[in-house]
Design a protein. Structure first.
Lengths: 243, 333, 289
């Protein structure tokens, strides 16, 4: 059994007296697809940001690939192998789609030509190849979401953090994104941690799910287990969700 | 380098080649006055490119770039006038000292998250502080000025930047060409893309592993160093230096006009901007002289107006519009 | 020896209050409309010349001229915001700066063209009168100017704290979307705010001419001064602007006295740099907690 890729251990974060994340622990093995769900304000994004290097935890440790990463900056964390998308997408507006992804590719490829080749490969994976010359600001939302993923993917991450990547997508687009993400996980072996509200995607993608409520973990398990958990139903899903 | 060449289509290449040819041949037909105007244009192309690297690519607004012009010029001038060290050698300390100031400003700003208007104010504060400092610096001649003596016998010592108008014209041309080349190379290199990412969205850039601090430091170091070289040229071309003139904020504004009018973050923006603004300014002077209006400040009012008009109507600059309508590029910038 | 320093400090306080009024205008503009008014000092210089002209033409004391000038500046600010600056509110920061830098250049050099480079003093009849308090000699003009500055500032405080419009403007500063959602006419309020900000500048400029001579070159210096004060005093804090003004007034007076008058602004710039560096920032993406 290989060591886990990511270990989050008793991590807490407070904001001036408000406990946003309360002693949350979980581990991810390589190739896992792990979803974090819960009502708004449950602490998902705060947890996410602590792993991504935007915030430091007040307590607890986060270990990634045998490195202690709690308190590291976001660029350092990316260099270690964690890529992330933003909930509200942040493309580089005046750059083309290809150049956006190229910026990501330049992390591991210092040769411009090699970086471009890699960027084009990633674009193909995300089905954006034919839009590569379009200026990012001109893209529709679903395309921007895929660009966001493509850019993070171009940094050759071991772990991909996706922040509500399905938000704003209609069901067909959601399914498409699910397929792409499944492909990334299966073919490239990339571990995925996603925050999601869209249960359709969570059920289709996640191997395990963590449910947060008021900053604390109230359930952890397979999607089927979690969805039937009474505490989860009470706090978040509602009875209809148990399917 | 080839990437730049390839990005232009046939028309673009022809236009560029034509421009270079015209500039090289200009001394054959141009009067001394016209040559001096062209020299000024090319000087502004050069310093404009240097500033453009920092603003147009890395997105850091410096309104105190005259600091580096002044430092470069004064260091070289002081070493020449007091110690007889020629600019071919003194250019090294000149660039080093200017870059050191740039590094200090960069370190303070980027370490402490000083951005936007605060960063601009920081650059102004440093420039003004240095200006007043030099007013009281005896070795620099203080407020009274520093003068590089005219020595007839030295004309021709190109390594000491002693020459006639023709010499300085070709020197300015060389500088401008180098400036454009550096911009072209960097804009297509890894660093250039890191700068663009930072300019567009620093947080997103950092999420992609870009060390924003290092990239921005490189921007300010390169920009300040390049500008200092321009300062050395300026000092030995004009031969008189006053703190109020070298470090003044109007000087800082002067050198940002061309890149802004021409187009920030483009390779030829500063070139186009300089070639539009300087002649217009000179025409204005001629016009007002002819009309009998002798008011200092007319040119500046004109520049202020141009700035306001361009930033209101064509904020990305004139060059991208021209390039599009003349269809000079294959795609992209 | 003590009393000389005290004297210098007091002069600094009085001058600083006038500076503070000017900075107050910037704080209001910057804090609410978020416009970086790089032409702030230049507007103050226009006011100086206006007061100077009124004094020369009709012998109107600048302390009285302050009122009509402030009114005129209010109107000008209102129009300027509506006509020009409103369209820049959402645009990239640097475009805003450049616009106002351009305006500043036009103002400074326009004044240069009209009045020439030499400083023009407004020779008030009581310019050389002073109060004698103990061993201290305080210029009457400075006292009057300071009092006027405090009066105008107080009026502004009262407006922002106790009137509906003032509260509405503060709402815009705090939460723009929220303000729009509750039906506040943001554009109108912005124009009002810019007008008020410029009115402060106008008043300050009129007062300034009693203690300094009008000259076109003062514009950039005053702009930097206003920004220094606002940054030191704290953005969006009106009392901070006055406190900062006094601080700068005193430090300039002391620096000019201890070192050399020409070096006094050097000290202010060093202070600005120090404050910019040490000032706590709310960063997006903090590195460590």
């Amino acid at each position: 059994m290989t060591a886990p890729l990511l270990t989050v251990s008793e991590v807490s974060r407070r904001f001036r007296g408000l406990v946003a994340v309360d002693r949350v622990s979980f581990t991810l093995a390589e190739r896992d697809v792990f979803a974090v769900i819960g009502p708004n304000g449950a602490g998902k994004t705060t947890l996410f940001n602590m792993i991504a290097g935007v915030l430091a935890p007040n307590d607890g440790t986060i270990t990634f690939d045998d490195h202690a990463i709690e308190g590291m900056t976001s660029d350092a964390v990316c260099r270690l192998g964690i890529g992330r998308t933003f909930q509200i997408v942040r493309p580089f507006p005046t750059l083309s789609v290809e150049d956006n992804v190229l910026v990501g590719a330049l992390l591991r490829h210092s040769d411009m030509a090699a970086a471009r080749r890699h960027a084009r490969d990633v674009l193909a994976t995300l089905a954006l190849h034919d839009k590569r010359a379009v200026q990012a600001s001109a893209l529709t939302l679903p395309d921007r979401k895929r660009l966001e993923v493509a850019r993070a993917l171009a940094t050759d991450p071991k772990l991909l953090l996706l922040d509500e990547v399905m938000a704003g997508l209609v069901p067909t687009e959601t399914d498409r994104m699910v397929d792409i993400l499944r492909g990334i996980n299966r073919d490239l072996g990339i571990t995925i941690l996603l925050i999601e509200h869209v249960m359709r995607a969570v059920m289709a993608l996640a191997g395990r799910v963590l449910v947060l409520h008021h900053g604390a973990a109230i359930a952890q398990g397979t999607p089927e287990e979690v969805v039937r958990d009474p505490a989860v139903i009470k706090s978040y899903l509602g009875a209809e969700a148990a399917f | 380098m080839t990437a730049l060449w390839e990005a232009m289509n046939g028309r673009g290449k022809l236009l560029l080649a034509l421009l270079i040819l015209v500039l090289l041949m200009a001394p054959l037909v141009a009067s001394r006055y016209l040559l001096s105007v062209l020299t000024l244009i090319l000087y502004f192309v050069y310093v404009g490119q240097a500033w453009n690297l920092m603003m147009g690519y890395a997105g850091q607004l410096s309104l105190g770039h005259a600091l580096y012009v002044g430092l470069g010029g004064y260091v070289a001038a002081i070493l020449w006038v007091h110690y007889g060290i020629g600019p071919w050698l003194s250019i090294v300390p000149a660039v080093a000292i200017a870059a050191a100031f740039g590094a200090a400003i960069g370190w303070l700003a980027f370490r402490f998250g000083i951005e936007g208007v605060y960063f601009a104010l920081l650059t102004i504060a440093f420039a003004e502080f240095t200006r007043i400092g030099f007013d009281h610096l005896a070795i620099a001649g203080g407020a009274g000025g520093l003068f590089i003596p005219y020595e007839e016998q030295r004309i021709g010592e190109w390594w000491n930047l002693r020459g006639n108008q023709l010499f300085f014209y070709y020197l300015a041309f060389a500088l401008a060409a180098v400036g454009v080349l550096i911009t072209a190379l960097l804009s297509r290199a890894r660093l250039g893309f890191q700068w663009l990412a930072i300019r567009e969205d620093e947080m997103a850039a950092r999420a992609l592993g870009i060390d924003a601090f290092r990239a921005k430091m490189k921007a300010i170091l390169i920009s300040s160093g390049m500008t200092a070289v321009g300062g050395v040229f300026y000092a030995f071309y004009n031969n008189t230096l006053f703190p109020a003139q070298m470090f003044d904020m109007s000087r800082s504004i002067e050198l940002i006009l061309a890149p802004i009018v021409g187009g920030l973050g483009t390779i030829f923006g500063p070139v186009v901007g300089a070639f539009i603004l300087t002649p217009l300014g000179e025409i204005l002077i001629v016009l007002t002289d002819w009309l009998g209006i002798n008011l200092p400040g007319v040119k500046a009012v004109f520049y202020g107006l141009t700035l306001m008009i361009i930033i209101s109507l064509v904020p990305t600059g004139v060059w991208p519009r021209i390039a599009r309508s003349l269809d000079l590029k294959k795609h992209g910038r | 020896m003590w009393s000389i320093y005290l004297n210098v400090v007091l002069q600094g306080v009085l001058t600083g209050l006038v500076y503070g009024l000017m900075a107050l205008g910037l704080s209001v503009i910057f804090g609410v409309v978020r416009v970086v008014n790089f032409a702030h000092g230049e507007f103050a210089v226009i006011a100086m010349y206006a007061a100077f002209l009124l004094f020369k033409a009709v012998g109107l004391d600048p302390l009285i001229a302050m009122a009509p000038i402030a009114l005129a500046f209010f109107a000008a600010g209102f129009v300027l915001q509506h006509a020009l600056i409103n369209s820049f509110v959402g645009r990239p920061e640097h475009e805003q700066f450049i616009l106002l830098v351009g305006l500043a250049i036009i103002i400074t050099n326009g004044l240069l063209m009209i009045f020439g480079p030499d400083a023009q003093p407004a020779q008030l009849p009581y310019a050389f009168d002073s109060y004698l308090i103990g061993t201290m000699i305080i210029d009457k003009v400075r006292v009057y100017a300071a009092i006027a500055a405090v009066a105008v500032s107080t009026a502004l405080f009262v407006f922002f704290r106790h009137t509906r419009t003032g509260t509405a403007i503060r709402a815009c500063a705090d939460n723009l979307t929220g303000a729009a959602v509750v039906g506040l006419n943001v554009k109108q309020l912005y124009a009002l705010t810019f007008g008020l900000g410029l009115a402060c500048v106008g008043a300050a400029g009129a007062l300034m001419v009693t203690i300094a001579d009008a000259a076109p070159g003062l514009g950039p210096a005053y702009t930097l001064l206003a920004f220094t004060i606002v940054i030191i005093g704290g953005l969006g804090s009106m009392s901070g602007a006055l406190v900062g003004g006094v601080l700068i007034g005193v430090s300039e007076a002391l620096a000019g006295f201890v070192f050399a008058p020409s070096m006094k602004s050097m000290f202010s710039f060093a202070l600005l740099i120090a404050v910019l560096v040490l000032r706590p920032h709310g960063l997006m993406g903090k590195k460590r907690t």
